[in-house]
Design a protein around this ligand. Structure first.
Ligand SMILES: Nc1ncnc2c1ncn2[C@@H]1O[C@H](COP(=O)(O)OP(=O)(O)O)[C@@H](O)[C@H]1O
Ligand SMILES: CC(=O)N[C@@H](CCC(=O)OP(=O)(O)O)C(=O)O
Length: 290
């Protein structure tokens, strides 16, 4: 028998019930990547999803990137963008632009979109209240350490300010910039920053939004998306991964090995992908389990 439109709608809503029960009060760290921010409609939809999660009783925390936005600002200023092992080579001049774009532009945009729905989002830089403390990171190329400038490796997370915002019913929106005890400011890959925060908060989930359906088994072939895999299976796959997927999957691994029960890579180009992942039985994208 065919279901009426009303029955289908009711079915979708009631399918969410066990997930609403399971995730009530759960902290979910969402990494919003620059490649998933290109379309205004999708950005507005992302903000709606985050507010939906908040009203549904979850505690969303957003960590954002903005790689393409940084590259176009550097381009406008005539500063070349180079990447080594997936990380931006960050000169002191480039660092000023990274900070300006992430904290002053991308962060403000996301905060503004979320706050169309109420006084929820509070923007922070990872520098604020000692949230992220980093040291200078070197890239490894052919077994050699290579200097890549002011790129940071997070060595300490103090999530106190984030916890206080959550307890106050706010949605923290965090830029992946860190301070160093040496007085420097560091550029941190946003996937890495999100994983470090998910572990520090002992979140129930890390969700990484990007511009592919999930982890493809035979990239660059995009027919076969891996829907779920265990941490040890992912560890075995790591040497075969390339480009942007390396920090992303490393982040998922760090999260689950650090006590976060589930890490997901989702397609941020699919409208409301966050809701589809959390509140439907099938979920979407790639899920990593311990
Ligand atoms: N195995 C793989 N599965 C999916 N994507 C892959 C894979 N290997 C490399 N990629 C590339 O990684 C990109 C995602 O990383 P990145 O561009 O850094 O995204 P973001 O800006 O969201 O952090 C994809 O668009 C794709 O080009
Ligand atoms: C060290 C390093 O590479 N930092 C990144 C930070 C932004 C980021 O990670 O943005 P996406 O999530 O959009 O890729 C960069 O400068 O591009």
């Amino acid at each position: 028998m065919r279901r009426s439109a009303a029955e289908t709608k009711a079915g979708t809503l009631i399918e969410a019930l066990p997930w609403l029960t399971r995730f009530h009060g759960a902290t979910v760290v969402i990494k919003y990547g620059g490649n998933a921010m290109t379309d205004e409609g999708l950005k507005a939809g992302f903000a709606e999803d985050v507010v939906f999660l908040q009203h549904a009783g979850l505690r969303p925390v957003v960590v954002h990137g903005g790689g393409p936005q940084i590259s176009s600002a550097l381009d406008r200023l005539g500063i070349a963008s180079t990447f080594t092992a997936g990380l931006r080579v960050t000169t002191p001049e480039a660092m000023q632009v990274v900070r300006m774009v992430l904290v002053g532009q991308v962060n403000r945009d996301i905060v503004g979109l979320v706050n169309r729905h109420g006084p929820f989002a509070v923007g922070m830089s990872g520098e604020d209240a000692h949230l992220f403390t980093a040291v200078r990171k070197h890239a490894v190329v052919d077994g050699e350490l290579v200097d890549i400038g002011q790129v940071g490796e997070i060595i300490k997370v103090d999530p106190g300010a984030v916890r206080a915002l959550i307890a106050d019913g706010r949605i923290p929106v965090i830029s992946s910039v860190a301070r160093g005890d040496d007085g420097e400011v560091y550029n941190v890959n946003a996937d890495t920053a999100a994983a470090a925060l998910a572990v520090a908060l002992q979140a129930q989930k890390l969700i990484v939004l990007t511009d592919v359906e999930g982890l493809y088994a035979n990239w660059p072939d995009d027919t076969d998306v891996i829907d779920q895999l265990a941490a040890d299976e992912l560890e075995a796959l790591m040497p075969k991964l390339s480009s942007g997927m390396v920090p992303k999957m490393e982040a998922c691994l760090t999260a689950v090995q650090g006590g976060v029960p589930r890490a997901h890579v989702l397609d941020g180009r699919v409208p409301h992908s966050l809701l589809l992942e959390i509140f439907t039985n099938e979920g979407i994208g790639t899920m990593v389990m311990p």
